[in-house]
Design a protein around this ligand. Sequence first.
Ligand code: HXC
Length: 516
Amino acid sequence: MSILKQKIEELKNLKAEVILGGGEKAIAKQKDMGKKTARERIDALLDKDSFLEYDMFIQHEAREFGMLGKKLPADGVVIGTGKINGRNVAVFAQDFTVAGGSLGFMHAKKITKIMDVALNSRIPLIGINDSGGARIQEGVGALAGYGEIFYRNTISSGVIPQLSVILGPCAGGAVYSPALTDFVFVVEGISKMFITGPDVIKTVLGEEISQEDLGGARVHAEITGNAHFCAANEDDCFEQIRTLLDYIPHNNDKQSQCPAPVKTPLNKVKIETIVPDNPKIPYDVRDVIKAVTDGGDFFEVQALFAQNAVIGYGRINGETVGFIANQPDALAGVLDCDSADKVARFIRFCDSFNIPLVTFEDLPGYLPGVDQEHMGVIRHGAKILYAYSEATVPRVTIILRKAYGGGYIAMNSRHLQADFVFAWPLAEIAVMGAEGAANVIFRKDIADAEDPVDARNKKIEEYKDKFANPYVAAGKGFIDAVIEPCETRKYLIHALNICKNKQVERPYRKHGNPPF
Ligand code: HXC
């Protein structure tokens, strides 16, 4: 055998050793938990044979607590680049079979290396997290590694999309890298995310809770809002990632748009039949969105969290659009702390990556109540005002039905410099609903009337006649056109096309100070 052949054999053996990770026993344990190994995950997620792995032979440098001479293949994390839907991506995947995927100094160096590749090459970063957290034997070296990752997450924000996939434990400070990224994916029964786990909670507070109930997939998808997508299994999760990456640009350069062939809209949906005439009757606003998008496609983000607001992606004439809508089917579509956070962050992502925004409005205002006030609805609600006002992408609003009070202003009104505001003939634009308004401004007249009930009804009708329509706002130029529901897609295509090359000059500032 020639020397080269011998060396190639040696390389193959070394690679095979690394690929075996923590060994067959650890792999079997991983499978028993319904989990794939790190490399299987990358293979399942990326286009076939497109992945190139870097730094397979990295060695840790720890010496204490039995670490001297201990082999940790690839130091417990796989990094590299490849393709999804034919477009480049950078990936890291922690390997739980090697020391529980724990993060030591060299493990972190591998992650920051691939983060630098992603940023410098302007390609999305996907991080697959499956780790017991900071490698306990390494102490401050591990903590330093986390700090380096957080810094890069922040510097890359708004330049490349960053996706975090939680496929195992993600505990302690480790949760902050996902929290700094744009989209977090979780899988039922597999993902566990918390700052302090059940053991610490029991010791400090005496409370008992399971890992699942504390920080399982559903908890983060429904309650905390930390997760944007929740899947039943790993394969479904990878499908969601591929779909998302198909919709969004892969960096913040305008040339990075991702137009698709135009599909015909769903003709079978009669858009005028979706929204009931009676403003008290709810409906699913997603049907309105699907009635205007190419092929009726709509990819919802944070579908299970703050369901009174709907956000997600669809295409109009082949171009990706970020949709934001009040959802009359949940809490009558009111704005509250959680929905404000959800909408504001979505606006900022779309604006960073040049995705135009279409807003469908139908809401009675902000949710009243002591809870909301004390949770800081003032601060949270202000995020929507800030995010819309700051956004320089094309912004179009359609008022479907109710647009009352602060909600009218917040949902991308002309006063926040929307490019176009259209209203359906059912639109009601006023400071508040007719019933509430009559009770306040005609309180004395109603009380003094011979028949207060009749007097109140008359005053309600009077207020409705005056304000429960789109024409007062249209008369002041706050609405550009009152349109028939069936004309909505046509008007959206026109408006988005007009704003395609929108340019906005802003005064110099280092950066603004949003009400985080
Ligand atoms: C070193 C670790 C480790 C860690 C797990 N392992 N976590 N090694 N550092 N943080 C090792 C285990 O010793 C074991 O090694 C192997 O990984 C598999 O772990 P198991 O415990 O057998 O697995 P499982 O029963 O599934 O439990 C998983 C787990 C548990 C719940 C994650 O391992 C655990 O509680 N780990 C510690 C979590 C933790 O406290 N991390 C530090 C958080 S503080 P062997 O050799 O036996 O196979 C933190 C600070 C970061 O992260 C701050 C950033 C700002």
